[in-house]
Design a protein around this ligand. Structure first.
Ligand code: ZN
Length: 170
């Protein structure tokens, strides 16, 4: 067990050796995730196990726990999304190998360059974020709406009122 997550990692070599890595990752360091967040505060607990299964498939199994802050699309206020994710990636070096993976693995295309751990974590969290995040009928959202006053619509004179005015002038 290694209680530290490196920034970059040679996934294939690490899977060959077999390792468990564990650590915390600052939300602010997950660049790909930041555009959909309302706050970059906090950190996530991450655990990753790299190894080779009995069929010779190199894998990365992991878990991510913590929370991220999104913007509720109903009340536009902050909305915390608790995360407790598990993922199982098959490490492949070609599209052909990705197609050949058993269904229990999601393919992760590995290049010759060491992988950015933050990018892998950001991708997994993005998959868990709803397309249109909203408070789920929570008190937070309801109270905001209670205070919300719709803008006063402009008073539009009806055509009949205009006609009545014309008649009065005659
Ligand atoms: Zn809301």
């Amino acid at each position: 067990m290694i209680n530290h997550l490196p920034d970059r990692l040679d996934l294939i070599a690490t899977a060959e050796a077999g390792r468990v890595l564990r650590g915390t990752v600052a939300v602010a360091s997950l660049e790909r995730l930041l555009p959909v967040l309302n706050s970059d505060e906090g950190e996530l607990q991450v655990e990753m196990e790299l190894g080779k299964d009995p069929n010779g498939i190199r894998y990365l199994k992991g878990s991510i726990a913590g929370e991220v802050v999104l913007k509720c699309q109903r009340c536009l206020d902050n909305m915390s999304l608790p995360l407790d994710l598990a993922f199982r990636l098959g490490l492949v070096t070609s599209e052909v190998a990705a197609d050949a993976l058993p269904a229990r693995y999601e393919p992760l295309l590995v290049t010759a360059e060491p992988a950015h751990i933050a990018d892998i974590i950001a991708e997994e969290v993005l998959l868990a974020i709803p397309i249109v995040p909203r408070h789920s009928d929570s008190v937070a959202c309801q109270e905001f709406i209670k205070d919300y006053k719709p803008p006063v619509s402009e008073q539009r004179e009806s055509p009949f009122a205009v006609l009545a005015g014309l008649k009065l002038k005659q």
